[in-house]
Design a protein around this ligand. Structure first.
Ligand code: CP3
Length: 360
């Protein structure tokens, strides 16, 4: 057997875990792997049934329920990776901050002073949120048979800080920006605490069995490039360098981040997850082999016909072909209005890419 034959046979026998890990690291694959952000959620009637009678937070702490809804999208919509069911706010009460949901996070006592930041706890996540690691261990055992990969995740320090300062979701996060410009020391102290917390949390997830981790920096795109460079990039670099990426590659997601794509590249993340405002072909060219790419269909496009979704997926995959690796995903999460048939068409379209021949 020549080395080309050996390479060919590894490619042909690829399972979903190998496909995802190889794509993250920029190694050859038969076709792009596929999963969706927020693939477990209210658009699925089966999720709503498990969610009946409990609050969202209770569900995140309930290992059986969390495992069940994490696994639902495999059969219901054909996803090829599982993301543990949880929320970016799950580890935050362990720091001494009260969080409620309605439906987004609400902070009882928003942060405005250095004194509050100094009082925040720095717990070992294995003690403060042991159920998260129980969920991960249980999921890994369940996924052994089908060889599906398991993703863990955390909210990035800036996005968590945005809610902690603002008190709740917002369009512009004006309190956060006022703090950034008028009391930078308070925000810097808060971000430093959150960074330690996120690193410990992700490493504990990897230790428990997460095979890939995604850092959600949903609100980082609110900043101008110069501010992003000052406030966000150093944090991303720190997380990238302190997370155990030899055991689990790291995906960095920034919503609304087309204007900071070069800065995202400088983070050193293995994969950059893009929203739909950035043209995939442009990203693939600018990445120039330095990172794999994930994305980037507009979740709204899942309302199209099956045929249109197949066409859109083919277009994204072709545009991403020059990238060193590509993971098919949406540009943001599924919403409660997302049509189940659209999600199914999306994952079927990814599988169909494999039948049209070999692709790097
Ligand atoms: O991707 C997945 O399937 C895993 C689960 C997951 C959830 N939230 C479940 C969830 C993940 C990865 C998140 C991340 C998250 N949570 C982010 C970053 C990604 C993004 O969407 O931008 C943010 C900003 C949050 C904070 C949050 N949690 C908001 C704003 C909301 C309300 C909006 C909504 O969709 O309801 C939540 C609640 C939430 N998180 C739900 C789910 C399934 C809905 C809870 C319910 O059942 O009522």
């Amino acid at each position: 057997m020549s080395s080309a034959d050996i390479r060919e046979s590894t490619i042909v026998s690829m399972n979903p875990t190998e496909r995802l890990l190889r794509s993250c690291r920029g190694e050859p694959v038969d076709r792009p792997p596929v999963w969706l952000m927020r693939q477990a959620g209210r658009y699925l009637p089966e999720y709503r049934r498990v969610r009946e009678g409990v609050t969202f937070q209770q569900m995140c702490r309930d290992v059986d329920r969390a495992v069940e809804v994490s696994l639902q999208p495999i059969d219901l919509v054909g996803t090829e990776a599982v993301i543990m069911f949880s929320d970016i706010f799950t580890p935050i009460p362990g720091m001494g901050i009260d969080v409620d949901f309605d439906p987004g996070p609400i902070i009882a006592d928003p942060i405005h002073s250095l004194e509050q930041v100094e009082k925040l706890r720095d717990p070992d996540p294995r003690d403060s949120v042991p159920f998260v690691f129980e969920i991960i261990r249980t999921l890994r055992a369940e996924l052994e048979g089908p060889k599906l990969p398991l993703l863990g995740f955390a909210g990035a320090p800036f996005t968590i800080a945005a809610y902690l300062v603002e008190g709740r979701g917002s369009k512009e996060f004006t309190k956060l920006k006022r703090m950034m410009y008028r009391e930078p020391d308070v925000l810097r102290a808060l971000l430093a605490k959150l960074t330690d917390n996120v690193v410990a949390y992700l490493n504990a997830q990897i230790e428990a069995g997460a095979q890939v981790v995604q850092l959600f920096d949903t609100w980082a795109g609110l900043l101008a490039p110069a501010d992003y460079r000052e406030w966000i990039l150093p944090i991303h670099r720190e997380v990238v360098s302190r997370v155990n990426r030899a055991d689990a590659p790291l995906i960095l997601y920034v919503n609304n981040g087309a204007h900071v794509f070069d800065e995202m590249l400088e983070s050193g993340a293995d994969v950059l997850s893009l929203d739909w405002r950035m043209e995939m072909a442009t990203a693939a060219r600018r990445a120039d082999g330095r990172a794999s790419l994930q994305g980037n269909l507009d979740p709204g496009a899942l309302h199209q016909s099956r045929e249109q979704i197949f066409r859109a997926v083919r277009r994204i995959a072709e545009a991403a072909a020059p990238a060193r690796g590509h993971i098919l995903n949406l540009g943001h999460g599924c919403s409660p209005e997302t049509p189940v048939e659209g999600v199914r068409a999306f994952t079927d379209a990814a599988r169909a890419l494999g039948s049209s021949g070999e692709r790097k």
